[in-house]
Design a protein around this ligand. Structure first.
Ligand code: GLN
Length: 539
């Protein structure tokens, strides 16, 4: 059987950053997938870091981890949550990675004495990275180009798109340009000029947009739509309006109303058969918008002033909440604020708590105080990664009489290193890509809350950490009802813990939030929401 032709969709952005290219790409991907197409989405990031793994979350939001252990841009989280299919290292490429590959080749002598240049060597590598995914038999690859058209950093990417369009042929690729229509309240008008300019700028680079998606606070009047079409060389039906919506999960529905998916399929000369199957998605939205109850969950972390730092966690609460028809209100708590003897005041009234992942010792003592408050007041808790380490330290200090217990991350000389550096991390000096990363097996102990949540013995979950529960102490913990509930079947590493005599006090060394999608809300988030609702009823 001859290999089918893969079609390429390039998504560029104009006028300003932060217009939501990731959500538009994810929404389009979801609509096409609902029509039976095999779709994946890729993000090209024009920065020089090899990956976002070494970036402070304040710089770029959360670092999202894939099954194969790639540390990636948070947009990949949106892709997975919308498409319900895993991404991989190939779905996120940075300028740093492109250059590293080209420079490594140069050092090996692969260029046979040639001068190595942006054109053609860097652009060839970009094109190769875009096309790598076609080996996986996708019908459609959506490639989101980070940054804004006109940025110096984006130029090699736009040039690669130009070349690829030419090489692949008109009907095998297309460009969607996302732009902003600013609204001038003084004159009561939406302005099209910035969009015209950004489309023209794209044209200067030899790339013609086929579809315009316009972010706007007001509906686009007919004459403005005609103007955009005329001056941007697209047909009026290819001007898609994207109004601000109460939730990102409504975006695909609104885009479908304007037949965005059909416009795209027509451009790619692919058949439009019937309607996309959006029944489950609509059901999710209905439940999300019509909750029967509500809970308030404290998210205790240290990056709370930039909520994108915890994107997958807050989205996982949306999925889990909708599945239970429960509105989950997050109380964002900066753990450092709990260090002044005011825990009661800050946490009063919560129904549940999530202790967030993180690195470094800022705010750690506050997290430990929060853990104690929840343990003593029987408030449901889920501790993720560092959060699990924190509940372990708190228990050691306050129940096991190990007053100076700590993680070796924060006190390398502690007498009680209940959280210790993993054996394979001991000789690691480089920071990038060197943690325990990606999907690992876990065996769940029967008769535990963890088992109740998953309803399964063998699970896999994604990791991103250097430290682990120190198994030398397991007996002392278990003697006091703090038990290991999940273990790696090959190494015996403790992957999950819980307190027996507490309604829900669960810690996991892995990151369940990365696997939560609209179609598959994560069982542990569901369990926390259910436990929080019960706590609220009984209080
Ligand atoms: N800093 C901790 C470790 O490296 C926890 C990491 C995390 O929360 N992702 O083990």
């Amino acid at each position: 059987m001859s290999k089918k032709t893969t079609k390429y969709i390039f998504v560029t952005g104009g006028v300003t950053s932060s217009l939501g290219k990731g959500i538009i790409s994810a929404s389009l991907g979801m609509l096409l997938k609902s029509r039976g197409y095999n779709v994946t989405i890729q993000k090209l990031d024009p920065y020089i870091n090899i990956d976002p793994g070494t970036l402070n979350p304040y710089e770029h939001g959360e670092c999202y981890v894939t099954e194969d252990g790639a540390e990636t841009d948070l947009d990949l989280g949106h892709y997975e949550r919308f498409l319900n299919s895993p991404t991989s290292q190939n779905n996120n490429v940075t300028t740093g990675r492109i250059y590293q590959t080209v420079i490594d080749k140069e050092r090996r002598g692969d260029f046979l004495g040639k001068t190595v240049q942006v054109i053609p060597h860097i652009t060839n590598e970009i094109k190769r990275r875009i096309q790598i995914l076609s080996k996986e038999n996708y019908d459609i690859i959506i490639t989101e180009i980070g940054g804004t058209v006109g940025d110096i950093e984006s130029l090699p990417y736009i040039e690669s798109v130009r070349q690829l369009r030419w090489e692949l042929g008109e009907t095998n690729s297309m460009v969607i340009h996302l732009t902003l229509l600013p609204y001038l309240s003084a004159s009561g008008e939406l302005k099209t000029k910035p969009s015209q300019h950004s489309v023209r700028q794209l044209m200067e680079y030899g790339v013609q947009a086929d579809v315009l998606v316009c972010r706007t606070e007001h509906k686009i009047p007919k004459d403005q739509r005609a103007k955009l079409a005329q001056f941007c060389n697209v047909s009026a039906s290819n001007v898609i309006e994207c109004l601000d919506l109460p939730t990102i999960y409504e975006v695909p529905i609104e885009l479908r109303k304007q037949k965005f998916d059909e416009v795209v399929l027509n451009e790619l000369c692919l058949p439009v058969n019937g309607e996309p199957d959006l029944a489950n998605w609509k059901d999710f939205l209905k439940k999300y918008k019509n909750p029967k109850k509500s809970v308030e969950i404290a998210l205790v972390g240290k990056y709370v002033s930039l909520q994108d730092s915890y994107k997958s966690i807050s989205e996982a609460f949306i999925h889990a909440g909708a599945s239970q028809q429960t509105e989950v209100n997050i109380r964002w708590v900066y753990s450092g604020d709990l260090e002044n003897g005011n825990v009661e005041e800050i946490l009063k009234g919560i129904d549940g708590m999530l202790i967030a992942p993180g690195f470094g010792d800022r705010g750690i003592e506050g997290k430990i105080i929060a853990a104690r408050y929840a343990r003593e007041n029987k408030i449901p808790v889920l501790g993720i990664c560092l959060g699990m380490q924190v509940i372990t330290i708190e228990f050691a200090r306050n129940i096991l009489d190990m007053a100076s217990a700590n993680s070796a991350e924060f006190d390398s000389a502690t007498e009680f290193p209940v959280i210790n550096l993993m054996e394979e991390q001991k000789n690691v000096t480089e920071k990038g890509g060197t943690m325990r990363l990606g999907s690992w097996k876990c065996t769940v102990k029967a008769g535990t809350k963890l088992y109740d949540a998953y309803g399964a013995k063998n699970i896999t979950e994604r990791h991103r950490h250097r430290y682990e529960f120190n198994s030398d102490y397991i007996q002392e913990f278990e003697d006091q009802n703090f038990i290991a509930t999940g273990k790696n079947p090959d190494t015996g590493l403790v992957e999950a813990v819980e307190l027996k005599d507490h309604p829900f006090y669960v810690g996991v060394q892995y990151h369940p939030e990365y696997k939560s999608t609209v179609a598959n809300p994560h069982p542990l988030f569901k369990a926390l929401v259910v436990a929080a609702a019960e706590y609220k009823t009984n209080k």
